[in-house]
Ligand binder design. Structure first.
Ligand code: SF4
Ligand code: SF4
Ligand code: SF4
Length: 324
């Protein structure tokens, strides 16, 4: 049987997704028995020409982690689409825009100014920022263009499969690696490697079945949460109810609330907006007993609304970036 022809690349990424693949151990070590890796520059010495010389449609599976921020990342995503029969968005950055997508709260010039001029650790007396073309000693240096916004992969090319998670859990990765053969053979398989039900279904904590009210909200560092009861019932903002299951409730298991890295439920358009709405409806005592202003006091405990409700999904949200 011929081997699965694969290519992998990263975009606007922290590198954790690549590490997560290597971290799986045995299944990755066995991969070369079944797969031929034709391009994976972060792990092996491949160059762009190695990618470009592959014939269109000749690669079975292309895996991209990281969001899309630069013209180079956009270009490579399009090349992947041309070369591959199936393209996989791997990790929350590729699937929804992820943590780098939080930069969409700022316009491009502000990101550049902060990174190159204002950050206290910078020494940059000329106030220089990277340019797409710089000339020096008769040479011309070209850099990719830094786009106006961070985008999820699907905004650029058609994506066939999604492996969410920041990074995906080991169980999710093992399931995905086990599916590479069927995907390469074009057999229908999972499109999204996560559950269709919310994380709350996987969460072992005791839930309050009665109508819920939360009289006070706590930030995770302000309280030592009980380990048996739903975190939301204890006043800690947990987005499990708006997030797909499939991660094994990793954060919940170590007493931390879910921040939504497995992405939105199939029925939800904007999980952050749904979570804000749900929280507003349970914050405070019953309206009869509490003036509306008090409800705002409860919600005031959420100090960073975008970071809390859109940690992994801002570029996929309805309001997805600041405009200049
Ligand atoms: S999904 Fe998480 S681990 Fe993967 S590249 Fe993005 S930030 Fe890093
Ligand atoms: S809201 Fe969080 S803690 Fe509560 S049941 Fe859902 S996942 Fe578990
Ligand atoms: S609990 Fe939530 S944030 Fe944590 S790994 Fe699971 S989906 Fe991601």
């Amino acid at each position: 049987m011929s081997k699965i022809r694969m290519i992998l690349n990263w975009g606007a990424s922290c590198g954790g997704c690549d590490v997560s693949i290597l971290d799986v151990g045995r299944p990755v070590l066995d991969l070369p028995n079944d797969a031929e890796i034709l391009y994976w520059p972060v792990a092996l010495d491949f160059k762009r020409r190695d990618l470009e010389t592959l014939a269109d449609g000749s690669v079975d599976i292309g895996i991209i982690n990281g969001a899309v921020r630069t013209s180079e990342q956009e270009e490579e995503a399009k090349i992947f689409r041309a070369k591959c029969k199936s393209v996989v968005a791997y990790g929350s950055c590729a699937c929804f825009g992820g943590i780098p997508g939080l930069a969409n709260q700022f316009v491009r010039e502000d990101v550049m100014a902060r990174a190159y001029r204002e950050a206290p650790s910078n020494v940059n007396e000329e106030g220089a920022v990277p340019l797409t073309e710089s000339k020096m000693k008769g040479y011309s240096l070209l850099l990719p263009e830094f786009s106006e916004e961070v985008r999820p992969l699907e905004d650029i090319i058609k994506v066939d499969r999604f492996v969410p998670g920041c990074p995906p859990s080991t169980e999710t990765i093992i399931e995905f690696i086990g599916s590479l053969g069927p995907i390469a053979r074009g057999e229908a398989g999972k499109r999204i490697f996560a559950s269709d039900r919310s994380l709350c279904y996987d969460c072992p904590r005791e839930k309050n079945k009665a109508a819920k009210r939360v009289e006070k909200l706590y930030r995770p560092h302000e309280i030592i949460a009980g380990s048996d009861r739903c975190l939301l019932d204890q006043g800690i903002v947990c987005l499990g109810f708006a997030t797909r299951g499939g991660c094994g409730a990793r954060c919940i298991g170590v007493n931390m609330p879910c921040r939504g890295c497995y992405g939105r439920l199939p029925s939800m358009v904007d999980p952050g907006a749904e979570a804000i709405s749900a929280l507003a409806s349970i914050a405070g005592d019953w309206e009869d007993n509490m003036p509306p202003a008090k409800i705002f006091d409860v919600l005031d405990a959420v100090k960073d609304a975008v970071g809390t409700f859109y940690s992994f999904s801002l570029p996929s949200a309805i309001i997805n970036r600041k405009r200049g």
